[in-house]
Design a protein around this ligand. Structure first.
Ligand code: SDX
Length: 429
């Protein structure tokens, strides 16, 4: 009968060690017993970017990168995108089960009745320059919310956690809309709880006191599906930050501000904005081959391509590509789509991309849709933030309720000076 262990032989000493294996994983801590001298610290694992390190045990999202599979609490993303709604998916991610009709109605009511911002917060937006990046405003607004809701620091109280979850999911669309309206110098539209989640968001963005105003249902639905597709993605960079700040028992607003800051990076959620800039720079389908050659020379990366986990087509990109054409029926075709489709075609036939298993990811087509919906590129990552909020919150709840979790505090391999005495300034140089 084989044992669930590894036997490690340290060739430096000839000693052998039996290390337990669970879920095809070893506990890094079990390596510490491997030493040459008993007074040593012991053996660590080294994993820059945490490419092969599990930070937690989770039951929220499953990804199979080789097969291009994404499931939330076991449900395939394709079915949720087709049959569910964003608020229902948010409930699923946070509570672990699809809601009953009554649970969903109460959940939607609670969230849609936590959409107003404190007037002090409304004043916050007026402090920003007209050209402040909306993600900078979003990150600031999240941190500002922690100053308003002081009870949020009681993160071990489930009722307190739930109240903050209502507030964050309810208020983030209002924050995003106020960011946009501040940027374009228009008065704020206050939320309307009689509308649906994405319908209310589009209303707050767009309403200019027309006598007869209706949100286009095709656009509201498309945005709802896009939010579903962005809702969670296991231990990505921004979720890792959410968990890391959460592990210090900071309040969820402060943790969300940190997570949003990570998402802002062009290698992460900022890629959708970078994709549109890239496609605009390419300018025409005939320029695609030359651009691909520059990528292959290493001049820059193909934004919206590649993924740490997916070594196959990102299942979200497939769905988003389909939604794009549904949106174009309403908004008119975005000419960048032709460049994107040609870029994808050429790249997927090229050995450089094939050998590195580089495929379109969630950001490759999403920016094209947002642009067609008349969102400015610097609002794209704000939209990603709205979509990812329930995922960050679900992961945060799982963290604070996991008895195995401790404060995140990685080790290092120290390669600096061993010891040296202070040098007076007169003797330097
Ligand atoms: C998101 O983690 C998540 O789940 C993220 C996300 C989520 O939902 O939270 O899915 C959202 O962030 C999607 C990714 C958006 N970012 C981009 O589209 C930016 C462009 N992509 C890359 O920068 C890159 O692909 C990453 C950052 C996404 C992944 O980088 P990895 O896993 O660290 O890969 P790597 O840097 O080790 O690259 C492996 C090879 C390298 O070539 P070699 O040095 O071996 O010759 O592939 C090359 C890289 O140069 N490569 C690319 C490339 N991405 C990787 N070459 C050209 N274009 C690219 N986009």
């Amino acid at each position: 009968m084989s044992k669930d262990t590894f036997t490690i032989i340290d060739n430096r000493t000839g000693k052998s060690y039996e290390i337990p294996v669970e879920y095809s994983t070893i506990r890094a801590r079990d390596l510490r017993q491997i030493k040459v001298h008993p007074d040593e610290f012991g053996t660590m694992s080294y994993d820059p970017g945490f490419d092969n390190t599990a930070s937690c045990k989770s039951r929220i999202t499953f990804i199979d990168g080789e097969k291009g599979i994404l499931r939330y609490r076991g449900y395939p993303i394709e079915q949720l995108a087709e049959k569910s709604t964003f608020l229902e998916v948010a409930y699923l991610l946070i509570f672990g089960e699809l809601p009953t009709k009554q649970q969903l109605a109460e959940w939607e009511y609670k969230i849609m009745h936590h959409t107003f911002l404190h007037e002090n917060m409304t004043e916050l937006f007026h402090a920003f320059r007209y050209d402040a990046h909306p993600m900078g405003m979003m990150i600031s607004a999240l941190a500002f919310m922690s100053t308003l809701h002081k009870e949020a620091s009681r993160i071990e109280d489930p009722d307190v956690r739930l109240k903050q979850i209502y507030r964050i999911l309810g208020k983030l669309p209002t924050v995003a809309a106020f960011c946009y309206r501040h940027r374009i110098g228009r008065p704020f539209n206050y939320p309307n709880a009689d509308m649906g989640y994405t319908e209310n968001f589009l209303y707050m963005l767009d309403y200019m006191h027309q006598t007869k105003y209706e949100v286009n249902p095709v656009l509201a639905k498309a945005l709802d599906v896009l939010f579903i597709l962005h809702a969670d993605h296991e231990q990505n960079a921004s979720t890792s930050v959410m968990r890391s700040i959460g592990s210090a028992y900071a309040d969820p607003y402060s943790a969300m501000a940190g997570a949003a800051a990570a998402l802002f990076g062009p290698r992460h959620g900022g890629a959708n904005e970078a994709v549109v800039k890239m496609l605009t720079e390419i300018g025409d389908v005939k320029n695609v081959p030359a651009y691909i050659e520059r990528v292959k020379k290493g001049e820059f990366r193909l934004m919206g391509f590649g993924h740490r986990v997916y070594k196959n087509y990102d299942p979200r990109a497939k769905i988003i590509k389909r939604i794009a054409y549904e949106v174009f029926e309403v908004t008119g075709m975005n000419p960048l789509i032709d460049i994107a489709v040609e870029l994808e075609r050429v790249a997927l036939e090229d050995e450089y991309f094939i050998s590195r298993k580089l495929y379109p990811n969630v950001d490759f087509y999403s920016g094209i849709i947002y642009q067609a919906m008349r969102f400015p590129p610097d609002m794209f990552t704000v939209l990603f933030t709205l979509g990812r909020a329930p995922g960050w919150l679900a992961q945060w709840v799982e963290l604070v309720t996991d008895p195995e979790q401790k404060i995140a505090r990685p080790r290092q391999i120290y390669l600096g000076y061993d010891y040296r005495d202070y040098v007076p300034i007169e003797q330097r140089g």
